[in-house]
Design a protein around this ligand. Structure first.
Ligand code: ADP
Length: 184
């Protein structure tokens, strides 16, 4: 599925984010920035040690207590096809009354803003928080899509935003929600 918004293409695909050829892929990291399971594990395995070394440097300098929820930092892409990895931390789902939506939106917005500030043109997102962090996919997809829409309506520079969904079910949910949000 492909949607045009100003000078940007928004794509929704099913696949593996570590295989994307883009300026930056986004990692659904945890505050330690030391790797983990899910997409985080896959990115560090394929990207190699350089990414972890840069994450350690970020911890040692900018964020000794870990990366706060909703914030984003950037490292190189190591051995990945992507030039950079933007690491962000989504919220853990605790029922919906703990500012989860606000923090999830911040994670997308700050990742987009970091990409834009570095002059990057293309960025790929996984479905942040909807794995181990338990955020319901129907709610998370609406936040992901509408935050990207709001960002692109306000800011220029990005030419391609790709949502990479790992499972067929998540892919279907994203396509359904996108057709509503972009009134297709
Ligand atoms: P979180 O802790 O933010 O929930 P997870 O990595 O557990 O992060 O899950 C986030 C999403 O990433 C899930 O929807 C999961 O299916 C997906 N995922 C796992 N591996 C990959 C991958 N290689 N490419 C894209 N998405 C992936």
């Amino acid at each position: 599925m492909e949607i045009k918004l100003k000078n940007c293409r928004i794509k929704i695909v099913q696949g593996d984010i570590t295989e994307q050829t883009v300026d930056a892929i986004v990692n659904a990291a945890n505050p330690t920035l030391m790797g983990g399971g899910g997409v985080d594990g896959a990115i560090h395995r394929k990207g190699g040690n350089k990414i972890l070394e840069e994450c350690k440097q970020i911890r040692a300098t900018l964020y000794p207590n870990g990366l706060p929820t909703g914030e984003a930092v950037i490292t190189s892409g190591g051995n990945l096809k992507a030039k950079y990895v933007i690491h962000t931390v989504g919220p853990i789902w605790k029922g919906g009354n703990n500012r989860e939506a606000e923090f999830l939106s911040k994670a997308y917005w700050n990742s987009l803003n970091l990409a834009k500030s570095r002059g990057l043109k293309s960025i790929a997102f996984p479905s942040i928080s909807t794995g181990a962090y338990g955020y319901p996919i129907d709610k998370a997809s609406v936040i992901a899509l509408s935050t990207v829409k709001n960002f692109l309506e306000k800011e220029n520079g990005l030419e391609e935003v790709i949502f990479v969904l790992f499972t067929a079910k998540d892919f279907e949910v994203y396509k359904q929600k996108a057709s509503e949000i972009f009134s297709l």
